[in-house]
Design a protein around this ligand. Sequence first.
Ligand code: TMP
Length: 207
Amino acid sequence: MKCGKFITLEGGEGVGKSTNLAFIKTHLEQHSIPVVVTREPGGTYLAEKIRNLLLDNESEKLTETAELLLMFAARSQHIKHVIEPALAAGNWVLCDRFTDASYAYQGGGRSMKASAIEWLEHFVQGALRPDLTLLLDAPVDVGIERARQRGQFDRFEMEQNTFFERVRRAYLLQMELNPERIKLIKANQPLGDVQRSIADALRVFLK
Ligand code: TMP
């Protein structure tokens, strides 16, 4: 059923996702590709409400299980109401984070079992997987410093650097396990070089 391509952008905190998301959107549009840009957790009315619950740092302590289930509850809404209809209509979907973030943050950061995440991935997504994932990678210190300069911290940004080291390692493991789909983009280099690497990774899809 899927017609358009499903592209996801991943990475730890402060690796430049927003800037590069805008770059990818423009790059695809320059190739006359209709793009729907969206994000996780979020992307629908209800999923954005779930996002607020997940990022709220003043609520009662969220259990790791509740955190994981809320991520996938939001994802289910997002897939059914935004991603699948957009792809079926021939759009490309460019999504700021997707399930690799669950492997990285809940699996790596929170040390939850990958088997639980895998089960939810199959249950919630069926066969839906991204066609391409761009993983922006930078040393944790560099990213955290950039993220913290933005001001107010959400519930994840308040975590210790050791948490983000586990997140980074889990992302890199996801890349090793899915070498065809996940392309590493070194984010700790001049923006022009980052964007050249992104354009290279997209080239095969633009033929
Ligand atoms: P951001 O996308 O605006 O950076 O913030 C979303 C936060 O949610 C970010 O800290 C990563 C986290 N997250 C997870 O922990 N698991 C997930 O599956 C997703 C999509 C995001």
